[in-house]
Design a protein around this ligand. Structure first.
Ligand code: 5GP
Length: 124
């Protein structure tokens, strides 16, 4: 089944500059900004600029260049936030997908959560 991308989703609007965001890093193919409702002292969303709905969609269809750019951007952010376990206290990444994943925004995004103990992975 092919994914259909809704270009009216909130992250598409952020990428088009139609609504503001608190950017922390931007590369050719990736944008990272702070979540508007942070769940931890550091709560960053990393998104590809391309029109991908979920992590699996991105992994299947993005170009090698986009995929490398995304993950290198993620690594740079971990370094800049000082949260990587080799220099800091660690972090969690989450990417919700679809109904069971309780994905609110249908544009692939990685949550980076850090800055406090995050507990066990799932509460229910
Ligand atoms: P999801 O449930 O899709 O994994 O997460 C969507 C995330 O986007 C939520 O954590 C929510 O707080 C965040 N979010 C929704 N609208 C905006 C917005 O306009 N700006 C920013 N920076 N984050 C948003």
């Amino acid at each position: 089944m092919a994914y259909t991308y809704d270009d009216q989703n909130i992250f598409a609007k952020i990428l088009r500059g139609e609504i503001p965001n608190n950017t922390i890093k931007e590369t050719d193919h990736t944008l990272a900004f702070r979540d508007i409702q942070p769940q931890a002292p550091d709560h960053v969303l990393v998104i590809p600029k391309g029109a991908y709905v979920t992590a699996d969609h991105f992994a299947a269809e993005a170009s090698d260049t986009e995929i490398v750019d995304f993950w290198r951007c993620f690594a740079a952010i971990c370094g800049e936030l000082g949260v990587a376990p080799d220099q800091g206290e660690g972090y969690r990444i989450i990417s919700n997908a679809g109904t069971n994943g309780v994905q609110d925004v249908p544009h692939f995004h990685l949550h980076i959560l850090a800055g406090r103990p995050l507990g066990r992975m799932l509460n229910s």
